[in-house]
Design a protein around this ligand. Structure first.
Ligand SMILES: [Zn+2]
Ligand SMILES: [Zn+2]
Length: 314
């Protein structure tokens, strides 16, 4: 986890809010949110217009949390909870910690006029809850434009297409790299393209497993709508939750697909799994349901260790 202060200096050096040309680019939009957070003393939030939805009560705790979400882009729920606690500890030690859902709703009520939202999703492979700061103003790949050059964005598009078209939801690095000659913009060598793919992984747009790439939950949260609209004939949907499906299991008889976490939940208490559509035997291994209790227990053990260490020190 990054240092809480790591981004503030960068945000502080930008243009004055309110002096932007209209409409602002996505980058400027994000940039200005950062400025508003840190220039709240000048009445930033209270001056904002929000007529449709009742705004929540935003304190320094929420502002710090949002700033850290901007730094990370996407986080697992346990890290989000940890982050929330950290922000209370730093800014309002005596306040009651708000329920995470209410806390996020509060923040979203203020972000609404900026078309930004903290969105909850789950990872496709094991159903872990994740939260991403999502830009709702555009759902296309262009939302990555502040971090990537034109040819890099096109590489992402090519990888995305291969992933969507594949049966498994994965595209091999070889297949992606074979397309570098077709990229728009500046010419890119294969070696460079490999590095750009790694940057996509670091920025949590792609996940790499044994040389194959698939979409990160962040990309699905951010670009789900764009993907459905752009590749209507190639996209796959889950038979259980009806959401966009990139990787999952499929019925060998009728061809319906299910997310792994949906498979896990659907067959949780069934002795002989059968396809929910054609009733044929479900031949795949049934994954385990994600259990936050187990995760908490594991985290609790390490916390208890830290506590006993502290008590020995005092
Ligand atoms: Zn599903
Ligand atoms: Zn079937």
């Amino acid at each position: 986890m990054g240092e809480p202060h790591s981004r503030s200096s960068r945000l502080g050096g930008g243009p004055e809010p309110g002096c932007r040309p209209s409409p602002p680019s996505q980058f400027e939009l994000f940039f200005s949110v950062g400025l508003v957070i840190w220039e709240e003393g000048a009445g930033g939030w209270s001056n904002m217009q929000c007529s449709t939805r009742r705004m929540g009560i935003i304190t320094d705790v929420h502002r710090r949390f949002l700033q850290l979400m901007m730094t990370h882009g996407v986080l697992e729920e346990q890290d989000v909870t940890r982050l929330q606690k950290h922000c209370y500890k730093v800014h309002d030690r005596n306040a009651t910690v708000e329920k995470l859902e209410d806390f996020i709703n509060n923040i979203n009520s203020v972000l609404e006029p900026l078309y930004i939202e903290v969105k909850k999703g789950v990872t496709e492979d094991d159903g872990r809850p994740i939260y991403a700061l999502v830009n709702l103003a555009t759902s296309s790949v262009s939302k990555m434009a502040s971090d990537f050059a034109e040819n890099e964005l096109d590489l992402f598009r090519k990888a995305l297409e291969l992933i969507i078209d594949s049966d498994s939801g994965f595209a091999s690095s070889t297949n992606i790299l074979n397309l570098v000659d077709q990229l728009k913009g500046k010419k890119m060598r294969k070696k460079e393209a490999e590095q750009v793919l790694q940057k996509f992984v670091q920025n949590k747009w792609l996940i790499e497993k044994e040389g194959e790439f698939t979409l990160h939950g962040r990309a699905i949260l951010e670009m789900g709508q764009y993907i459905r609209e752009t590749y209507p004939d190639a996209v796959k949907m889950c038979n259980i939750c009806h959401g966009l499906l990139i990787q999952g299991q499929s019925c060998e008889t009728c061809g319906i697909r299910m997310h792994l976490p949906c498979v896990a939940k659907y067959f949780q208490s069934v002795s002989e799994p059968r396809c929910p559509h054609c009733n044929d035997y479900w031949p795949h291994e049934i994954p385990e349901v994600f259990n936050p209790e187990k995760e908490r227990e594991a985290a609790g053990v390490s916390k208890a260790n830290r506590k006993s260490l502290r008590s020995r020190q005092h």
